[in-house]
Design a protein around this ligand. Sequence first.
Ligand code: AMP
Ligand code: ZN
Length: 112
Amino acid sequence: MDSCLFCRIIAGEIPGDFVLQEDDVVAFRDINPKAPVHVLVVPRMHVSSVSELARTSPAILAAMADAAQRIADAETGGHFRWIFNTGENAGQTVFHVHGHVLGGGTLGWSPA
Ligand code: AMP
Ligand code: ZN
């Protein structure tokens, strides 16, 4: 997808501050961090939403969860929040699925 920001970061056309690059999944730091640790976990495959990924490639979603935990283990003592904004009204701005890994210190707002 030539027009997709995250496809271009994955392809190396736009710089990314990568924390991991694996066969199916990469992770790079969010350019506008909302927590002391804010990393985006992204499949190499271009899929727009987490539900589409779960339906078509559940093993890749599982690999993303495993990557998120390893990033948190390395950077936040294993504690993290994992957010998928899904749809414009929920705040999704990049339509290449990504899980926000947020952690470090004590996170403030929580849905529960
Ligand atoms: P979302 O709003 O859930 O679609 O998340 C998109 C995220 O991508 C936002 O948190 C942005 O700060 C982040 N972002 C936008 N451009 C870049 C970039 N070039 N490198 C890293 N993160 C980015
Ligand atoms: Zn893409």
